[in-house]
Structure formats: C-alpha cells, structure tokens
Ligand binder design. Structure first.
Ligand SMILES: [Zn+2]
Length: 388
C-alpha cells in the first residue's frame, strides 16, 4: 500500500520538512567528539529542539531531549504486539560545510530532486531519514483508525563521529527491535556491516644532523613509516575493494625527525579476515623494527562489529521488513554496509537494528542529492511495517 508516495498532500509535507531540516546547520566535530563531548557541537541542539516541538505538536507522548541531545518520543499503538524504535541522526558529516545550505529543487513528470548550489553538503544524510519518519508519524496521527504497533522514535547526535550512540539512553527504549533510516537508494536493506578496528602505529627513530647520518647515525621514522604503508597489500586498499571485500586504509600520519605516527583503519565482514589483518600489521612492524633498529609500537583498538551475527538470531525481523518493502511496492535489495551504523552498535546492546534506505545519494559531498520519490517510499515502508 502507498500512503505517502501517491498523496500530493503528504509528498508536499515531506518535502517541506526536508527543506526545513537541511537549513539547520548541524555539522558534528570529530575533534570535540574525541575529547568526549556529546553532542560535539552546540548547533545540534537547534534541530533537536525543533524536532522536540514538532513531536509535541504531533501529539506523541513522553517527548523529551536528553542531556546528551537525543530526541525521543512515543506513539503508543492499540495492539499488544511488540513495538519498534525508529532512528535517524541529527548531525551531518564535517567532510564538507553544511552552513547556509541553499537547496535547488527540480521537479519533472517523474520525481522531485533536491540538490545544493554546489557550495555545501545537502544534509540528506540523514535528514531524509528524519523527514520520512516525521511524515509517517504525521500520517498515523491524522489517521487514528489505522491500527499499528507501538512506535518509538529517536533522533541521535554525533553519528558521523561515531561517538553519540555510546550515550544512547537505553532506559527510555521499550522496543526490542529497531530500524535506522540512514541508507541511500530505494530498495536498499542492510543487515550486515563491517567489523572495524583502528591501529595506531608509533615509530621512534634516531635524529641526527643529516650531514653526519651515514652508517646508523640516523634512523628516519618517516622512511620507516612510508615503507610500512607500501608493504601493505595493494589488493587490500579501499581503492581496490568493494562488495564483501575488506581493506586496510592508511588514513593519516605525522612525522618529524624524532618520531612518526600512523593511523590505519581495518575493515572486514569476517572475523578471521580481521584477525589476519591485525597480525599482518604486527608482523610488518616487527620486520621493520628489526631492519632499522627502530622502536615500533602498534596499538589496535576494536571499534564496532558486524551486526549480522545479532540480526541473524531474529529472522522474523528481516522477513517482516521484506514484507513491508513489498507491500510498499519496493523491491528489497540486500547489501552489506561498507561502514558502520548506529544500528550496529545498538544491535550489540540488545536491540537488533537493520538499516533501510532514505533516498539520499552521494553523501558527504557537494554533489549530494535526494529524491522525493524515494523519501516517500521510505515513509511508506515504515507505515507498512508498523500497521496491522
Ligand atoms: Zn548517515
């Protein structure tokens, strides 16, 4: 069934919401986030307060913004069935500025496409998801005769920095399953993501005037660092992998004559492959340490895990979702997320949370765009999921 996609009124509502949300500047800041600040930027409160007021206007109960900037509300169903929590994130990526978004809207016979003027992000990631959720809530509150399961919504800060979800107010959540609305093209349905780890490599060399460096006087950390990076297999780089292939990404480095630091990101869908990546890095560091008589330390930290192992334990969730897609006229396309989601973290906190599409494309870039058709389809998938 289509509720939003075929309705002029609700299409217009969704578009207006989307345009309202993208105009609020909510870029998060990884540097502040790494220092433990949540939300990492005060501007995320602006959208949080706005959404809080909209949820109140829609008549949801228990509406609140927590001290860490999580927006929460509940729409109780009449039925006794298990509820669902719908999530989307408030913040946008810091890769490109999102201040003063100036949307360009083009409508033809088939669709309405929203882009920027090329100077900023659009912010469809993830304001498309917020607009889809809000519009489905608006439809349900306008149509109280439609029976649905209990629904909770949560708009979360600092998804892009990966730090917000660690402060999720679990005590508010009643549902045993969740959905993030944070995918891309129509049909995408994601229940697996990378296992992720970060390796910090510290190289201590020996500094000396380079004019007197011959025969062991100088141990150049920058040279060792570059040798380490090039020793990593070329077929395991982000640039050479896709689909279910993992990678090791040499993400950033700094060096001076005395020492060097390198950050490597390890990503794999499989735990045994992840273990192999870790030992490859340790082995390479060991070889170079002996070769150059340098001091190399490797510190590996796990970041998040593949949610598939949790979601596989709840087969009803994926089958119900697939039915909701089909009922909304959308063909489900199961694909792995080559990244992580808040849902992955939530899954390991006991709330299995796959990810659905939201109609936003080319994230984290000035070319970002969103399709109104696809955002409406996402709202329809949600309504078909919750209705009984
Ligand atoms: Zn996102």
């Amino acid at each position: 069934m289509n509720y939003i996609y075929n309705s002029k009124e609700y299409r217009q509502q969704l578009l207006e919401r989307f345009l309202r949300y993208i105009k609020v500047w909510t870029t998060s800041d990884s540097e502040a986030a790494d220092k433990g600040l949540i939300p990492s930027t005060d501007r995320q409160w602006d959208l949080a307060r706005q959404l809080e007021s909209e949820l109140n206007t829609l008549g949801l109960s228990d509406v609140q913004v927590t001290d860490k900037c999580f927006v929460y509300g509940r729409l109780d169903g009449e039925s006794q069935s298990d509820g669902i929590i719908l999530l989307a994130h408030l913040d946008t990526s810091e890769s490109v500025t999102a201040e003063h978004v100036n949307p360009i809207i083009r409508t033809d016979d088939n669709d309405t496409i929203i882009r920027t003027d090329g100077s900023t992000l659009l912010g469809g990631d993830d304001k498309s998801g917020i607009a889809a959720i809000m519009t489905m809530l608006s439809y349900l509150t306008d149509h109280p005769q439609m029976r649905h399961c209990p629904i909770e919504v949560m708009f979360t800060p600092d998804e892009e920095t990966g730090t917000g979800i660690g402060s999720v107010p679990l005590e508010l959540i009643r549902a045993k399953t969740g959905l993030t609305v944070d995918g891309s093209a129509e049909g995408e349905l994601e229940c697996e993501c990378f296992n992720a780890a970060e390796a910090s490599v510290t190289i201590r060399g020996k500094a000396i005037h380079p004019g007197y460096a011959k025969n062991g006087g100088l141990v150049n950390p920058l040279l060792i660092l570059s040798e380490l990076v090039t020793a990593l297999p070329a077929d395991k780089r982000p640039e050479t992998t896709d689909g279910y292939q993992g990678y090791i990404y040499a993400e950033s480095a700094k060096a001076n004559p005395d020492g060097a630091e390198l950050k490597l990101l390890l990503r794999s869908f499989y735990e045994n492959e992840m273990a192999a990546y870790k030992s490859m890095i340790l082995r390479t560091a060991d070889i170079l340490q002996n070769k150059y008589a340098a001091q190399i330390t490797v510190n590996i930290k796990d970041q998040y895990q593949n949610m598939k192992q949790i979601i596989d334990q709840h087969p009803h969730l994926m089958s119900k979702l697939t039915e909701a897609y089909q009922a909304a006229g959308v063909k489900p396309i199961l694909r792995p997320i080559r990244g992580g989601t808040d849902g992955a973290r939530l899954s390991f906190m006991g709330i299995p949370t796959p990810n659905i599409f939201d109609g936003a494309h080319d994230f984290h870039s000035r070319d970002e765009w969103a399709s109104l058709n696809e955002m409406c389809r996402a709202a329809d998938v949600l309504i078909n999921y919750v209705r009984e």
